[in-house]
Each structure stands twice: as C-alpha cells, then as structure tokens.
Design a protein. Structure first.
Length: 194
C-alpha cells in the first residue's frame, strides 16, 4: 500500500511540504535520497543558474532543504532531484551535456535507463482511461539504520488541496515538489515523458 500524504496549496510555500518531508525523515529516506554525493560540477552550477524557476517553486525547495536540516542536503541537490527526469533524458546527448554530467557523480541518476510508459484509451462508452507504469531503476538509498530503499519503498501519493478540497493527486518521491504524474479530480490527467 502506498502512503497517502497531503499538500495544502493555501499554505505559504515554506509550509506546504512539512508533513511530506517529516514522513520521509521518519522512514529514513532523508538525507540520503537528496544528499549531494560531492561537489556539483561548475558547468552544472552554471546551467542551473541560467534556469528560470518560478519563485514559489524555489521557496518550496528551500523549505524542503530547511526541513531536512542536514549539511549534505543543499538547494542544488534538491533542484537536481527535481530535475532528475529531465536530466535522465539527456544522459547520452548532446555530447557537451554528457561531458558536463560525467564530471559529476551521477551514476545513481543514470545507472539504468529511466522513463515511463503511458496509455491513453477511450472505451466504447466514452470513458477515457489513462494508465502509466513507473519504469524507474537505479535509485537506492541506505537509511541511517541500514535499510536499503529503492523507488517502490519511497513512493507516495500526494493529494494537493485548494480551499480545503482535493484538487489533484500525484505520485511522489523524496524531495520532489513538482509533478510528473497527476490526476485532477473531475478533470484531466497529466503524464510527463522526457
């Protein structure tokens, strides 16, 4: 059974993810799941500085860093976790990016191909079905007490609330404040494929 957590979008960005961060700290996924393995290569730092990231999104990531409260977790390491899916799509090309990433210890990010498959179909009665599998591999975190977690052990569902009502539900992992897979209640579904 996948744990169900809540994010209240009516709260200030610095408060929204506290219960999610608390859950991951309690199971021992933090700091390891988002800790920097070493210095981030200057080329990647430069790339990250050129990215236009919404201020509210940055506030949420800064709050996650503050809530984890561990020197091995930085804003840059949390940003990289949130960019994991996008970066995995560049693992082989272009050559310049591959060289830049090679200067970092990203073996855990690209140890095996990453990606997901989705299906969108309409049934004869007009009902639309959207399915998605999670083809992730390569993630491993060792907890402080020696347990080893992979993606299935750290997967959660997060229901986002607006005005006290459920707005949408998303599949989540430690440190993630964005959305890769989601379904809006009484609305649409979303799937990112890089």
């Amino acid at each position: 059974e996948v744990p169900l957590l809540y994010v209240d979008l009516d709260l200030e960005p610095k408060l929204r993810w506290k219960n999610v961060t608390k859950y991951y700290k309690e199971i021992g996924a933090f700091p390891g799941a988002v800790a920097a393995d070493g210095p981030i290569a200057p080329g990647v730092q430069a790339m990250m500085k050129t990215m236009k990231v919404d201020d509210e999104y940055m506030q949420e990531m800064r709050a996650v860093v503050a809530d984890i409260d561990d020197p091995s977790v930085t804003l840059e390491s949390v940003m990289l976790m949130n960019l994991r899916y996008e970066l995995s799509g560049w693992a082989d090309t272009p050559a310049g990016l591959a060289d830049t990433f090679a200067s970092m210890d990203l073996a855990g990010f690209f140890a095996e191909p990453q990606g997901c498959s989705g299906l969108l179909a309409a049934m004869p009665n007009g009902t639309v079905v959207h399915g998605r599998n999670m083809d992730y591999a390569g993630f491993e975190v060792v907890t402080p007490d020696g347990r080893v977690y992979h993606w299935p052990q750290v997967t959660t569902e997060v229901i986002f609330l607006r005005h006290g009502r459920p707005l949408f539900v998303s599949t989540h992992w430690p440190g993630l404040v964005g959305v890769h897979t989601a379904m809006r209640f009484d609305g649409w579904s979303f799937e990112q494929n890089t």
